[in-house]
Design a binder for this molecule. Structure first.
Ligand code: CTP
Ligand code: MG
Length: 387
C-alpha cells in the first residue's frame, strides 16, 4: 500500500548557526547536498509513496538543482518563518491526497538509515505516533542563568529527539491546526501531540542521524568520505652562467645559476607539479605555458600558490610535502631549514609537514659532472571523497 505513507522533508530554514556558505541543506557533505541524501533515501524506500519538500521561496532554483534527475519527488511547497509553520504548510499541502501515515524529517539530517525509517513506520502502525531518540550520555545539569547549577536530573529519563517523526496523518494535521489556532510554539512535532495528551512512542535513534547545525558538524559527518592522494613532481634544470641558485625561494651562492622557465626554482616547480598531480589537474606547464612570455621571470611561489588555491577550491589540504634535491653542489643541507620554512609559509602549513632532503649522484652522469640538477617531490593530500 505504497500511497499510504508520505514524507515531508522540511528544508525552509536559513541555517544561520551553520556559518557562511549558503543554507546548510544545499551545502555538500560526502559529495552531495545534505537534502539530496535524505531525498534519495526516502524516494528509494519501498513503502513510501510521496516525498514532499518544504523549501524557502528564495530556494526554488537551489532545490531544482539539488533534486535534479531524481524521480519520485513531489513539487515542493514554500515554508514559513518557523519550522512549525513549515511543517504545517507541508501537512496542508498533503491534505488532498490524505495519506494514512506521514513522516516528518529535517533536511538537516542527511544520514537517516532505511532501518530507522522502517522502525519508525512500524512503531506508528503499532502505537499511533513515534519518534527516534538517543539516550543522553552526558550527566545533565539544570541551570536557569547558565552560570550556576540548580539541579542534576536523572539522565536515564532523558532522550535526545531525532527525526523522522511519524504520525497518523489526520492526527498530526489536527494537532498542528490547533497549535496554530492557539498561537503555541513547539520545537518538534511530537511536542504538539504531547500538548494534546496524545501518546508518542520512542524508537532507538542512530548517532549517524545527527542534525547538522554548527560549522563543525559538516567536518565531523564528512570525515568518513575523505580520501588521501599522493602526487609526484620531477624536474631537471641545466646550470648556466651565474653566481647563485634559488631553491624553494632561498637564494644560495654557487659558481653557476639554473637555466629555465621563470626564476628556475626547481624546488617550487616540483612541489607545484606534485600537488597538481595529486589533484589530477595537469602540471605547471598546463597552467603556465613556457611559451607565454607573461610567465618569464615570474617568481615561482606564484605557481605553488596557484596549486594550493586549486587544492583549497576542491576542499582539500596538504598532509605532507617531501622534496629531494639531487646535485653535487651547491650543498643543500645547510639551507634545508630555511627552505622548509619558506615552503611552509607559501603553503600555509606547519614546517613539520615539509621535508627537504638532498643527495649527490656520486659524480656519475650529468648531475655528477655538475651540468645540472634534479628535483623530485611527493605531495600527500587529503580531499573530500565522492568526486
Ligand atoms: N526549517 C524549516 N523552516 C523554518 C526553519 C527550519 O523548514 N522556518 C527546517 C530546516 O531547514 C531544517 C529543520 O527545519 O531542516 C531543522 O531546523 P534547524 O536545524 O534549526 O535549521 P535552520 O533553522 O535552517 O538553522 P538555524 O536555526 O541555525 O538557522
Ligand atoms: Mg532553526
Amino acid at each position: 500500500m505504497k500511497r499510504d505513507i508520505a514524507v515531508i522533508i522540511v528544508a525552509a530554514g536559513r541555517g544561520e548557526r551553520a556559518g557562511p556558505g549558503g543554507p546548510k541543506q544545499y551545502r555538500k557533505i560526502r559529495g552531495k547536498p545534505l537534502l539530496r541524501h535524505s531525498l534519495e533515501r526516502f524516494v528509494a524506500h519501498p513503502e513510501i509513496g510521496q516525498v514532499l519538500t518544504v523549501i524557502a521561496a528564495s530556494d526554488e532554483e537551489r532545490f531544482a538543482e539539488c533534486a535534479g534527475g531524481l524521480a519520485g519527488t513531489t513539487t515542493p511547497v514554500v515554508g514559513g518563518e518557523t519550522r512549525q509553520q513549515s511543517v504545517h504548510l507541508g501537512l496542508k499541502a498533503l491534505a488532498s491526497t490524505l495519506p494514512e501515515i506521514v513522516l516528518i524529517h529535517d533536511a538537516a539530517r542527511p544520514f537517516v538509515s532505511t532501518k530507522l525509517i522502517d522502525s519508525v513506520i512500524m512503531a506508528v502502525r503499532e502505537r499511533g505516533a513515534a519518534i527516534p531518540a538517543l539516550p543522553v550520555t552526558d550527566t545533565l545539569k539544570h541551570s536557569r542563568d547558565g552560570r550556576t547549577i540548580t539541579a542534576t536530573p536523572d539522565r536515564t529519563e532523558f532522550h535526545a529527539a531525532q527525526t523522522p517523526q511519524g504520525f497518523r496523518f489526520a492526527d498530526i494535521l489536527e494537532a498542528h491546526d490547533k497549535a496554530a489556532a492557539n498561537g503555541r510554539a513547539f520545537t518538534d512535532d511530537a511536542a504538539i501531540m504531547e500538548w494534546l495528551d496524545k501518546p508518542v512512542a520512542l524508537v532507538a535513534g542512530e548517532p549517524e542521524n545527527h542534525k547538522v547545525t554548527l560549522p563543525q558538524d559538516f567536518i565531523a559527518l564528512d570525515v568518513q568520505s575523505r580520501e588521501t592522494r599522493v602526487g609526484t613532481g620531477y624536474d631537471i634544470h641545466r646550470f648556466g652562467p651565474g653566481d647563485s641558485v634559488t631553491l624553494c625561494g632561498i637564494q644560495m651562492p654557487h659558481d653557476a645559476s639554473l637555466i629555465g622557465h621563470s626564476d628556475a626554482d626547481a624546488g617550487l616547480h616540483v612541489l607545484t607539479d606534485a600537488i597538481l598531480g595529486a589533484l589530477a589537474e595537469g602540471d605547471i606547464g598546463t597552467h603556465f605555458p613556457p611559451s607565454d612570455p607573461k610567465w618569464r621571470g615570474e617568481p615561482s611561489d606564484t605557481f605553488l600558490k596557484f596549486a594550493i588555491g586549486r587544492l583549497a577550491a576542491r576542499g582539500g589540504r596538504i598532509l605532507h610535502l617531501d622534496l629531494t634535491m639531487m646535485c653535487e653542489a651547491p650543498k643543500i643541507v645547510p639551507h634545508a631549514t630555511a627552505m622548509r620554512a619558506s615552503v611552509a609559509t607559501i603553503c600555509g602549513i606547519a614546517e613539520s609537514r615539509v621535508s627537504v632532503k638532498a643527495t649527490t649522484s656520486e659524480k656519475m652522469g650529468f648531475v655528477g659532472r655538475g651540468e645540472g640538477l634534479v628535483a623530485m617531490a611527493t605531495a600527500t593530500i587529503e580531499l573530500p571523497g565522492g568526486d
